[in-house]
Design a protein around this ligand. Sequence first.
Ligand SMILES: *[C@@H]1O[C@H](CO)[C@@H](O)[C@H](O)[C@H]1NC(C)=O
Ligand SMILES: *[C@@H]1O[C@H](CO)[C@@H](O)[C@H](O)[C@H]1NC(C)=O
Ligand SMILES: *[C@@H]1O[C@H](CO)[C@@H](O)[C@H](O)[C@H]1NC(C)=O
Ligand SMILES: *[C@@H]1O[C@H](CO)[C@@H](O)[C@H](O)[C@H]1NC(C)=O
Ligand SMILES: *[C@@H]1O[C@H](CO)[C@@H](O)[C@H](O)[C@H]1NC(C)=O
Ligand SMILES: *[C@@H]1O[C@H](CO)[C@@H](O)[C@H](O)[C@H]1NC(C)=O
Length: 748
Amino acid sequence: MASFACLLVPLLYVTTVLSLAPALCYVNPGANPGQDAEENSEYRTHIVLVWPPADAHAADEVAHRRWHESFLPSSLTEFGEPRLVHSYTEAFSGFAARLTDAELHEVSKKPGFLRAFPDRTQQLMTTHTPEYLGLRQGPGFWRDVARYGKGIVVGLLDVGIYGAHPSFGDNAVAPPPSRWKGSCQGSASRCNKKLVGVKSFVGDDGRDDFGHGTHTSSTAVGNFINGASRNGMAYGTASGIAPGAHVAMYKVCTGKGCQDSAVLAGMDAAIKDGVDVISISIGGNMTFQFDHDPIAIGAFSSVSKGILVVCAAGNNGPKLASVVNDAPWLVTVAASSVDRSFLADVQLGKGVSVAGEAINQVTNSSSKTYPLLYSEERRNCIYHGEESKVAGKIVICDAVDNLLPYNTSEKSILREIKSAGAAGVVLINTNADGYTTVLWDYGSDVVQVTAADGINIKKYEMSSQTNSTSAVTFSHKTVLGVRPSPTVASFSSRGPSTITPGVLKPDILAPGLNILAAYPPQTLLGTGPFNVLSGTSMSTPHISGVAALVKSVHPDWSPAAIKSAIMTTSDTVDKNGGPILDEQHRKANAYATGAGHVNPARATDPGLVYDLGATDYASYICALMGEAALAVIVRNSSLSCAKLPKTAEAQLNYPTIKVPLQPTPFTVSRTVTNVGPAASTYTVKVDAPTSLTVLVSPGTLVFAKAREKKTFNVTVSGHGADVLEGSLLWVSGQHVVRSPIVAVARHG
Ligand SMILES: *[C@@H]1O[C@H](CO)[C@@H](O)[C@H](O)[C@H]1NC(C)=O
Ligand SMILES: *[C@@H]1O[C@H](CO)[C@@H](O)[C@H](O)[C@H]1NC(C)=O
Ligand SMILES: *[C@@H]1O[C@H](CO)[C@@H](O)[C@H](O)[C@H]1NC(C)=O
Ligand SMILES: *[C@@H]1O[C@H](CO)[C@@H](O)[C@H](O)[C@H]1NC(C)=O
Ligand SMILES: *[C@@H]1O[C@H](CO)[C@@H](O)[C@H](O)[C@H]1NC(C)=O
Ligand SMILES: *[C@@H]1O[C@H](CO)[C@@H](O)[C@H](O)[C@H]1NC(C)=O
C-alpha cells in the first residue's frame, strides 16, 4: 500500500525511487502512542471522514474533538492507549483513531460517517537557481516588484528543519504578518522573523535528522548567504526563491516515511496558523481516486480557504503515467536540470577526454595513469571473489539505478571495489537515465558520466585492450552555462494522469537535478552546511517560492489565479532558444514539461488568468466522480450534483488544454480574467502542426475593466498521430498568455 517514492527512506528501505531526494514521504512516525501495540494487535490507525458537527462554524476545537470522540467505542484501547490520534478541523472534517476492523465497522454505521481510509505511508520524494531563473540581487524585479516575497508565509510538510542554519537567519526579514498564529514548538527549534513556526506530528521537536526538510525549506525561502559552497564547489551566494518570505515547518515524516494521518495533521495546523502556501515534497509511487486520497481531500480544503498547495509530481519517470499528486486543485511540479556541472574529467590517454561529474572532489586525482578495466560479465562491478582484479585499475561500472545509491547497489559496491584497491571508478548512467546524471557522494575518485559518454569510454577500453590507460582529473570546477538546459530529468514523473486523463499533468517544470541548498551539519545521509540533492522534492519548493513572490505582489489572488500566472508565463524553449529536451536529448513532450519551465519574473504579471473556485471544482468532481465523491471531497451541504452544472474534464477552466484527437471538431470553452491594464486588447495566435486544426472564437478579446472576464471557444480537430501538441497564445502589446494544447487519440 505504501509506496516509497521518494527520498528519505533510503536507509531503511532501499526501494525508493526517489531516493534522490525526491519527494518526501510519510510513514509510521513512531511517535504515535501505541505504535508497538499496533504491530501485535488488530488495532490500526484509520483516518475517518465525517460530516462537520452541526454548528461547525461556531464549534471550537474542543467541540470538534467531542464530536469526533462520539464516534469511538471508548477513549482508550484495551491496552490503555488513547484511541484518538488526531482530531482535524480545517484540512479535513474527521479524525485519525486506533480501531479494530470490527470497531471501524460499528463506527461506519453512526450518522455523520462518510468514509474511512487506511493510514498509508508515503515517501519524501542553491546558490545558483535564483539567478538561473532570472532573479538577481539588488535593484530590479526580485527586490523592487516581488519584494523577495515579503509578508508571505510558506508552510512545508516535511521531515523537520535545522533551524540554526544561517539560511534561516532573519537579517533584513520583516516580522511575520499580524494574522500569523503559528509558533515554534520544542527546544531544537529557534524561531525568529524568518523561521516563524515549527510543529512536529511525529512526537519530537521538529529537528531534521535527514536534511531533506532543511534543503526544501531553504530552496523556497532561505535568506541570502554569501560564500556558500559544498567543499568549494558551486561557490556563490545562496538564497531561496523568496528570501524575504517566512517559513513554517510541519514535521510529518520520519526516516520511515510519512503517514497520511500525520500529513493531514500538518495541513490542518498550517491552515490554522495562517500559511499562504503549502509545499509538499512528498508522494507515493501511485495515485488514488481523489475521493480515496486523504491528501487530495485535505488539499481541497486548503485551496478552498485560499491557500495554494504545491506538490511533487513524483520521481517515477521516465515511465509514462507515473505522475502523482495530480488533482487539478494542486500545482504538480516536474523536475529539470540546471546549467551547472560539477566537472571531473576522465582523460583517456592521447589528449582524449570525457567530461564527467563528481560531487565528491575532496582529493585531486593525479595525472598519473592507470589501466581501465571493464568486464561485460561484471558490468555492475560486483567483483566478489575476484577483488584482486581491480587493484590499481580505474574500473568502469554500469550503474544499476541512478536513483538508488543507498543500501544495496552502487554505494556499497563501489566501496567494496575501492577498498580492494581500485584507483578510481567511472560510473556510467543507465540508458534510461541518458544525460541525467544524478550526483551522489560515492566518496573520492568516482566520476559519473552520461550513457553516451559511457559508450565512448567502453569503446576506448576495448580498442586498447592490452594497454588502455586513463587518468581521472578532478578539475575542482563548477561550470556554469552548460547546454542544453533546462532538460527534463529522467526521474521526473510523466503524465498522463491516470485519474484525470482529461487534465494535463504535471503542471510546471522547475529545477530539481543536483540542487545545492542548506543542510544540517551532520545527518545519516550527508553533511552540511550545504548539500546537493535531486528530485521533484527539490523542484517543488522552487515553485512554492515563486508562488510566494506572486502572492506578495497580489495578495488577493486565488490559488488558481496564482497557478495560472505561473503556468501561462512559463518558458517553452531552453537557454539556446530550442525546444526543451528530455533526458535522452529528444524534444520533451507536454507529459514531461507540463505548461513549460517556470519564469518567475513573468509570473507576477501574466495579463490574463484562468481562474477557478471551489464551485468550479465541485462541478468537475460531479462530472468525473459523482455525488458521493462530492460529499467526501467538498463537504458543503449547500452543493449537490443535481444543482450544479457538470463540467467535463476538458471543460474545466484550466490553463492548459487537453482534448481528444479526432477528425470531428471538439470544442472547449475557457474564461480568462483580466489582471493586466484595465483597457487591453488581446488577439489570438495558434502554433500547431499542420495536421492539427485549431479554431478560436472570438479571435480578439477586448477588455475595458480590470477583473473583467471574457469567454472564448477553442475547436480542435486532427488526425494522423497518437498525440499532437500545439499552443494557444493570447497576445497584447505587453503580454503573451500561453496554453499548451495536447490532442490525444483515444487509443494513443
Ligand atoms: C509501489 O511501491 C510498492 C512498495 O515499494 C510496490 O509494491 C508497488 O508495486 C509499487 N507500485 C507501483 C505502481 O509502482
Ligand atoms: C587540489 O588541487 C587544488 C588546485 O590545484 C589545490 O588548491 C588543492 O589544495 C588540492 N587538494 C588536495 C587535497 O590536494
Ligand atoms: C539493504 O540493506 C540491508 C541492511 O544492510 C540488507 O539487509 C538488505 O538486503 C539491503 N537491501 C537490498 C535490496 O539489497
Ligand atoms: C602502455 O602505455 C603506456 C602509455 O602510453 C606506455 O608507457 C607503456 O609502455 C605501454 N605498455 C605496453 C605494455 O604497451
Ligand atoms: C458552500 O457553497 C456555497 C455555494 O457555492 C458557498 O456560498 C459557501 O460559502 C460554501 N460553504 C463553505 C463552508 O465553503
Ligand atoms: C462556444 O460554443 C458554444 C457551444 O458550442 C456556443 O453556444 C457559444 O456561442 C460559443 N461561444 C463563442 C464565444 O463562440
